[in-house]
Ligand binder design. Structure first.
Ligand code: NAD
Length: 493
């Protein structure tokens, strides 16, 4: 933490050394200096000091909510088409700024440039769904009795909030921003303090697209900001994405002050590999699922459940994983403490009897020695009681658990408290159907290692991977961001 006193010599030293200017909050269309307390933002790619953010307080949240509340009546009074026009322009700006956004995402998050570009492309897809809202919410009207018409309209809620994690600095904010705003709400956005630069750029592109001041406000900070948003009486609804303990706490706090809330939590996804699975497709797909985005995905393969004799596939998974080279096609993990945590899980599993088939500990990338990299890791003979089999490791680590049959594999999957994704690799349609019916997860893959539904199918897990009702994206999110108004009319002649 740095003291933001402008007279302090050290302050100028920090600014000189920073790649980007220190960030400020964005409230009512203007950059507003936040609290005196600041937090540095460093790049996991090479340890470079990128910027800093204010650690905002409840007072800054109050000012931002006032701005959003003042902007709401005029914004909500526009037609849906008028609001969507702004998102057509915004979609175009995302496309034009794809390379710049991907570079910033790479620098602050550590994922590769290609993975960062994929995030921007997904953000474009999510914005396109919002642009199609006039076709999705055209309303209903029916003459319910002679001369009496009943109609339904979807009204916005007011001031809402979106709180996001570090692992997808561009995509996850777009799960909610375009939809919530196009439907007429105004917003307080709290990006992860570890990756605040992408959020700052999203705000400037929204302004460039023509979004009126106060409709979208950014408040930087940590837990204090989140709790102030949860407690603020004028905030009507919150979406949160992050780890399960925090998702649970945020859901409880937000709903205890009568807000609408949807909180997505962590995950531990099981990939069941049957002996008849296509060898090369399965091996490449499992390795990519486990190690893509350095394993820092709530949809990542954490556990491969090897059913029967699949040694021929296990050896190919190791080969495929070996082709992922840190600093080239495998990005960094978010921080030194994340690297330490991940390596700790590997060491503990080894001590408890797991076989290390591929070891990513102690990885360093030449020229990026201050970066935080973990190489691809494959552990065999993991047992369900080991902590690596139960905890969300969130690194490029695949644990293999051996089972005799599909029923035992499904039992293992069902025993997980999480429920984001579950996958089966097989060439047998009946096996695929049984698995899809019996797996306890919101997103099922059949020969697809990262079964993220494309829009308009909604994204959402089950169990401890989600608190609240419904999916966070897709058609279902329209219900979350609006309330329905029923109008019954009778015109006396
Ligand atoms: P995190 O829970 O540490 O932080 C998420 C957000 O909560 C951040 O904005 C942070 O500032 C805030 N926060 C942190 N601690 C808090 C506290 N005690 N009280 C209130 N707010 C707090 O998560 P992270 O490490 O940034 O992200 C990784 C996690 O997110 C993983 O568990 C991953 O599985 C999960 N995730 C889930 C989904 C999903 O859809 N289920 C999607 C992406 C990420």
């Amino acid at each position: 933490m740095a003291d933001k006193d402008p007279t302090a010599t050290q302050h100028f030293v920090y600014i000189e050394a920073m790649k980007y200017a220190p960030l400020e909050n964005i409230i009512n269309g203007s950059s507003v200096p936040g609290s005196l307390q600041t937090l540095e933002v460093t790049s996991p790619v090479n340890g470079e000091l990128l910027s800093s953010i204010p650690l905002s307080t409840a007072a800054e949240v109050d000012v931002s909510v006032d701005a959003a509340a003042s902007a709401f009546p005029e914004w909500a009074a526009l037609t849906l088409r008028q609001r969507c026009d702004i998102f057509y322009r915004y979609r175009q700006l995302l496309q034009e700024n794809l390379d710049e956004l991907a570079r910033v995402c790479h620098e602050e998050n550590g994922k590769t440039i290609n993975e960062s570009k994929a995030e921007v492309l997904k953000a474009i897809e999510l914005t396109e769904l919002a642009c199609s809202l006039p076709n999705l919410v055209s309303g209903e009207v029916l003459e319910v009795s002679p001369g009496f018409d009943c109609s339904i309209q979807q009204s916005p809620l007011g001031v809402v909030s979106c709180i996001t994690p570090f692992n997808f600095p561009i995509m996850v904010p777009h799960w909610t921003i375009p939809m919530a705003l196009a439907l007429g709400n105004t917003m307080i956005f709290k990006p992860s303090e570890q990756v605040p630069l992408s959020g700052d750029r999203i705000a400037s592109l929204l302004t460039e697209a023509g979004l009126p001041d106060g409709v979208f406000n950014v408040v930087h900070g940590d837990r204090t900001v989140v709790e102030s948003i949860c407690d603020h009486p004028q905030v009507q609804a919150i979406t949160f994405v992050g780890s399960t303990p925090v998702a649970k706490a945020v859901y409880a706090r937000a709903t205890s002050s009568y807000k609408r809330a949807l909180a997505m939590g962590g995950a531990k996804n099981h990939l069941i590999v049957m002996p008849d699975a296509d060898v090369s497709h399965t091996a490449a797909n499992v390795a990519a699922s486990a190690c893509g985005c350095a394993g820092q995905r709530c949809m990542a393969a954490a556990t491969m459940v090897a059913v029967g004799d699949v040694n021929h596939i296990v050896s190919r998974v190791v080969e495929e994983s070996r082709n992922l080279v840190p600093g080239q096609n495998l990005g960094a993990v978010i921080s030194a403490s994340a690297k330490e945590r991940i390596e700790g899980y590997i060491t503990e599993a080894e001590e408890q009897g797991a076989t290390v088939l591929l070891d990513g500990r102690g990885t360093s990338v030449e020229g990026c020695e201050q970066g935080t990299y973990v190489g691809p890791t494959v552990l065999d003979n993991v047992t369900p009681d080991m902590s690596i089999a139960r905890a969300e490791v969130f690194g490029p680590v695949l644990s293999i658990i051996r089972t005799e049959d599909l029923e035992k594999a499904i039992e293992l999957e069902n025993a997980s408290p999480y429920g984001n994704a579950a996958v089966v690799y097989t060439q047998d349609g009946q096996v695929a159907r049984q698995f899809a019916d019996q797996a306890s997860a919101g997103m099922i893959g059949v020969n697809v290692g990262v079964p993220v539904p494309r829009e308009p199918f909604g994204f959402g897990g089950w169990n401890d991977s989600r608190f609240g009702v419904g999916d966070i994206t897709g058609r279902g999110s329209i219900q979350f961001w609006t309330q329905s108004k029923k109008v019954t009319s009778h015109w006396v002649q």
